[in-house]
Write a new protein. Structure first.
Length: 194
């Protein structure tokens, strides 16, 4: 093998003459890798998932609304329980956002396919029956239960696979969330103007 000046092997950390750009090229590779990883994360955020039935789902928006509904529900509970006086304005704002996100989530999770657009096989989702609880407290509890059932659905373990029974149940819970949050919005609006 090659030995250095005093019969010692060359220092593995030393840069051989004429090859001083090794660190620069390694840095460039690392920089490109980091940039590619960032681009991949961006793409994942805006990723379109194709279900087995061919329908495309906007994963980024689904994830945002899925998490947003849960965060807004936490805000509602906090507005009801964390202060001396119930903050009906905060409840109203969060309930309105839950309704908005629920509607968008419904259109992203359960898009109308081409056959349904043509009117050939339109199947309307089963509307969740929402009996109007009398108090804000009962509405918050009912909404919390509906959100709990919705987010624990088997459907969210694999969005690509469609089980019609699970899908229908999940859509019914989402419909219930939309209706309950709307009723809660109305009640909180009424209470905040008293």
């Amino acid at each position: 093998g090659f030995t250095g000046v005093l019969g010692q092997p060359p220092d593995p950390n030393s840069i051989p003459a004429g090859n001083g750009n090794k660190d620069l090229s390694e840095n460039n590779i690392k920089t490109r890798s980091i940039a590619l990883e960032r681009i991949k994360r961006e793409a994942d955020r805006n990723a379109i998932i194709r279900r087995e039935d061919g329908i495309a789902l906007n994963f980024g928006m689904i994830k945002k609304d899925f998490e947003g509904i849960q965060k807004r529900q936490t805000r509602i509970v906090d507005a009801y329980t964390k202060s001396k006086k119930i903050n009906y304005t905060a409840i109203r704002k969060s309930a309105g956002k839950i309704t908005e996100m629920g509607i968008r989530l419904n259109s992203n999770l359960f898009p109308v396919n081409e056959k349904e657009k043509d009117g050939k096989s339109i199947k309307k989702p089963v509307a969740a029956e929402v009996t109007k609880p009398r108090t804000i407290r009962n509405l918050i509890i009912a909404l919390d239960n509906a959100i709990g059932k919705f987010v624990s659905s088997e459907m969210f373990k694999n969005l690509r696979v469609v089980d019609p029974v699970v899908s229908k149940t999940t859509q019914t819970e989402l419909d219930k969330i939309i209706k309950l949050s709307n009723v809660l919005w109305l009640e909180a609006k009424r209470k905040s103007s008293e």
